[in-house]
Design a protein around this ligand. Sequence first.
Ligand SMILES: [Fe+2]
Length: 492
Amino acid sequence: MILKITQLDGSSNILKLKPEESSQLYLGREEGDFILNDPLVSRNHLLIQWSESKKQYFCKDLDTTNGTFLNGKSISNSELFPGDLIIAGDTWISVEEEIIEDDILNEIYQVLTSIPSEDQNTLDNDDETGISSIKYDVESGNTKLALRKLEKLENSFNEEKKVLRSLLEIGRMISSFLNMDKLVTFLINIIANIFDVSEGAIYINTASCQKIFYLGRKKTDPNWEQLYASEFKTEDDNAHAVPIKSKTTTFGILYIKTIGSISKNYNDILLILANNCAISLENIILYQKMEDIYLGTIRVLSAALESKDIYTIGHSERVMAYSVLISAELGLTSEKLDDIKYAALLHDIGKIGIHENILNKPRKLTPEEFEIIKSHPTIGAKIIAGVDKLIDKMPAIKYHHEKWDGSGYPDGIREKEIPIEARIIAIADSFDAMTSNRAYRKALLPIKAVEILEEGKYQQFDPFLVDLFIRLYHKGKFDSILSSSESKKEQE
Ligand SMILES: [Fe+2]
């Protein structure tokens, strides 16, 4: 470190001292390297020198009458650092580190050249603050400009670091989605936060789903899909299309049109988002396949149960179909819808423990036999309790014979104490039972069954759900279920 010694009297009396052997400066009124025009200063007043053995600067008073003061304290020989203030007589002398522009330029140049060449290309996107431009300034000795540009570059680095951190977080979140609509909605929100989008679309094209989700303020030009055909190349600088693609499969395309152009870095962000989306879609499809296999197993199980009772074949499938339509009309979440689907298929699983003679008895059941039948929701709930994935469906199975007025079984709970899944299944179950042949009676006409549901409002059934069911019935939403039920009966 080179020391810059300055006399603070406006005379700009400056001397420099280098850290090398026998480097020293004498300051005095008449003698020395630094003449101080001050009557209170001795002829030979003080010495500033570099000690090679201690690698340190020192300030030494040369036995003066008035003394030498360092930062307000009288000294004889003391270590000297940049920022110190020496006072001799009435003269103030500042001590600073000398910053040599050449050194800074050297340092900048070394930093710049240490960046790997592939990264240098990335940093050269912006001509103004690109690395080549800074190198040029350094080579031309334009330190101030080089420093300013370097500062700008650092700011953009920090900005990118922030974006990268957000991208990591986004990637983590995206991979946790198990539902395509939720994933795409999340992606749309993220894109809207990062880009100023005027229009855009996410087109998903998988074996089980072909869907377009729109984003942006404007309606998207329907021709955007042509971008898909043109391998994602676009002539419009503000239009960006990237494939949603995993290693093996293309799932769709992500297209946005921005207000103003975006840099290459932001185009890369779009690519990263599309890649994350593809990975997540791959997971969702795998999960869906697993769910389908699971649902298939449950269907086999419920069909096996129904084979005990010739009159109930297809009953659970129909109860599931009615329940899903009611739930969708209610706008229940996809998770609840799944619960209801499985619970409807398994609602009578507890009958597995009840003898076929009772299940198929053509005559009226004795009170004892009815008590046995009444145990099936509790038996069903116990069976389900042993399966982790089905635990959420337990309440629907346990309470599907509870009644709105509290007169049902097994617990006699009432109104909204009964879980909504169970209230839905209760209506679907009764309607299908009434419109199917049973051991003890012929099938009722659907319109007659609807009347009975209407009469059962407030006693057996949730009145709101009955009204909703009847509305769906009159809209013909159950026609296909009813006709499959009819064809079953004809086969019988
Ligand atoms: Fe039941």
